[in-house]
Write a protein that binds this ligand. Structure first.
Ligand code: AMP
Ligand code: GLY
Length: 426
C-alpha cells in the first residue's frame, strides 16, 4: 500500500512511525511532515490546508489511503474531495466533522440521542447571552461554537469573566465567524479523561483512554495549550468505565450520525468528565488527540494500518487490536513562552542520546533543519518525549530521564506530567 499522512505535528509523527512499521506499507508520504517524520516517511511540501494539491498528489502517486491528522482539513472537506476522486481516506467527511467543528450542533445532537453532557444553551445574540449569564450558577463555561484551536473555552469563576468571554466572541469578534454563536454550559465536576474509538460508519472499536495536561504550567496553572503531555492508561478508566463510555456515549453517537445521514468514519475522540453521575461528554473531536496519539501508538501491539483502512471501507467488524499492558507517558518540550510569543530557530542537541533507551521515542512536532542540516526549533510544541514502562510511574521516570538528556536551553516542559496517574497505579 501507498499511504499519505497529512499534518506535521507530534501526532502525525506517531502515526507515521506506526504505519511505517506495517508490513502492508510499501511507501509512506507525509505532507508536509518534519525532520523527525522524515526518518519514517518521505516528506512532501504540501500544506494540510491545500486541498487541491493534496488531491492532485494522491492521484498522481496512486495513494491507497490518506490518513488525515488535524481537524482543519477534515472540516474543510478534504475527505469529501478525495472521495470524489475515488481515493480512500481515514477521517470523517465535512458533514460528520460537525461533531468537532460546531459545538452548537454537538449539543443539539447529544440532546437528540440521549448522550450525557453538561446542560447548555446556545445564543446567536449578545443580549440574550448576557441576560442568560446573570441567571447561571458559577462557575459557568462559555464556548465559541466553531473551531478555535483550543482557545475558545472559558471556565469562568465570576460573572465578569464570563461576560468578557461572551463579549470577546460576539462583540469584539476575536474568533471571527467561529464566535457567531456561543454555547453557555453548566460546569461539570469530576476527573477528566480522553477516550478514543474507531468507526467505519456503523461498527465501533474502542481503542484506549488517555489523559492529557492542557495547562502550560505545573499544577494545572497558566494558560491553556494544545497539550503539554499525556499518559495512558488513566487509572480512572477501568474496564467497567470503558464499557459505560462505549454504551452511553460512543455507540449512540455513531448510530446517531448514521441515522442523520452523516455516517462517521475515522477516530472519535471523546473528551469526558467522569462525574459521580457517570461519564459525561465535554466535547467530541473527530481526530486523534495530540499528544494523546503519541501514548496510544506507544502502547499499540497490532498493525494499525488494516484498522485505518477498515474505517474507510466499512470492514471494521473484522478488526481486532491488541494493546500492551504497559503504560506510556509523553512529556512535551515546548519553546519558552508558548502558548504566547516564543522564538524559533534555536538549536536542539542530543535527541539521539534520549533515544538510546529502547523504551523511549522522541516524536517531533515544531522542528526544522537549519542550513547546515542541524535540528532547530520551529514551533510552540517541539518534541514529545515518550516512554513506556510496566506502570505509569516507571514510564514517567524513564520519560523524564530522557528529557534531561536533551540539550535545548530554549525549551521548557512541565515537571508533573502523569504524576497523578503514577500515584494511583497499583
Ligand atoms: P475544550 O477545549 O472543549 O476541551 O475545553 C477545554 C477545557 O475546559 C476542558 O479540558 C475542561 O477542563 C474544561 N471544560 C470544558 N467544558 C467544561 C464543563 N462543562 N465543565 C467543566 N470543565 C469544562
Ligand atoms: N490534546 C487535546 C487535543 O488534541 O485536542
Amino acid at each position: 500500500m501507498k499511504v499519505l499522512v497529512v499534518g506535521s505535528g507530534g501526532r502525525e509523527h506517531a502515526l507515521c512511525w506506526t504505519i511505517a512499521a506495517s508490513p502492508l506499507c510499501d511507501a509512506l508520504y507525509c505532507a508536509p511532515g518534519n525532520p523527525g517524520i522524515a526518518r519514517d516517511a518521505e516528506c512532501v511540501p504540501i500544506s494540510p490546508e491545500d486541498i487541491p494539491a493534496l488531491v492532485a498528489f494522491s492521484k498522481q502517486q496512486a495513494i491507497d489511503l490518506v490518513v488525515v491528522g488535524p481537524e482543519g482539513p477534515l472540516a474543510a472537506g478534504l475527505v469529501d474531495r478525495l472521495g470524489e476522486h475515488g481515493i480512500p481516506a481515514f477521517g470523517p467527511t465535512a458533514g460528520a466533522s460537525a461533531l468537532e467543528s460546531s459545538k452548537a450542533f454537538t449539543k443539539d445532537f447529544c440532546a437528540r440521542h440521549g448522550i450525557p453532557t453538561a446542560g447548555s444553551r446556545t445564543f446567536e445574540e449578545l443580549d440574550g447571552a448576557l441576560t442568560h449569564l446573570r441567571r447561571c450558577n458559577l462557575p459557568v463555561v462559555v464556548k465559541v461554537d466553531g473551531l478555535a484551536a483550543g482557545k475558545g473555552v472559558t471556565v469562568a469563576a465570576s460573572l465578569e469573566t464570563a461576560e468578557a468571554a461572551v463579549r470577546a466572541a460576539m462583540e469584539h469578534r476575536s474568533f471571527g465567524p467561529a464566535g457567531d454563536r456561543v454555547v453557555i454550559e453548566d460546569f461539570l465536576q469530576g476527573v477528566e479523561a480522553s477516550f478514543f474509538a474507531l468507526s467505519d460508519g456503523t461498527t465501533t472499536l474502542p481503542l484506549a483512554a488517555a489523559q492529557d495536561h492542557k495547562r502550560a504550567g505545573d499544577g494545572d496553572t497558566g494558560p491553556n495549550t494544545g497539550g503539554m503531555g499525556a499518559f495512558s492508561p488513566p487509572p480512572a478508566v477501568d474496564a467497567t468505565v470503558s464499557r459505560r463510555i462505549m454504551e452511553t456515549i460512543i455507540e449512540p453517537a455513531i448510530a446517531g450520525m448514521a441515522a442523520e445521514g452523516r455516517p462517521f468514519h475515522g477516530v472519535l475522540f471523546a473528551g469526558l468528565m467522569l462525574t459521580d453521575d457517570g461519564p459525561k461528554l465535554i466535547e467530541f473531536n473527530v481526530r486523534f488527540g495530540d499528544p494523546e496519539c503519541q501514548v496510544l501508538m506507544a502502547r499499540l501491539r497490532s498493525d494499525l494500518l488494516p484498522a485505518l483502512l477498515a474505517c474507510a471501507d466499512a470492514h471494521l467488524r473484522h478488526v481486532d487490536l491488541r494493546w500492551s499492558d504497559d503504560a506510556a507517558v509523553c512529556v512535551v518540550m515546548a519553546s519558552r513562552g508558548y502558548p504566547g510569543p516564543y522564538r524559533s530557530g534555536s538549536p536542539i542537541r542530543a535527541v539521539e542520546d534520549a533515544e538510546s533507551d529502547p523504551e523511549v521515542m522522541v516524536f517531533h512536532a515544531g522542528t526544522a533543519s537549519d542550513a547546515a542540516g542541524a535540528l532547530v526549533s520551529s514551533g510552540g510544541r517541539v518534541l514529545g518525549v515518550t516512554a513506556t514502562g510496566a506502570d505509569v510511574a516507571s514510564a514517567r521516570s524513564r520519560a523524564y530521564r530522557a528529557v534531561e538528556r536533551i540539550d535545548w536551553p530554549d525549551g521548557m516542559f512541565r515537571t508533573d506530567i502523569a504524576a497523578t496517574g503514577a500515584e494511583v497505579t497499583p
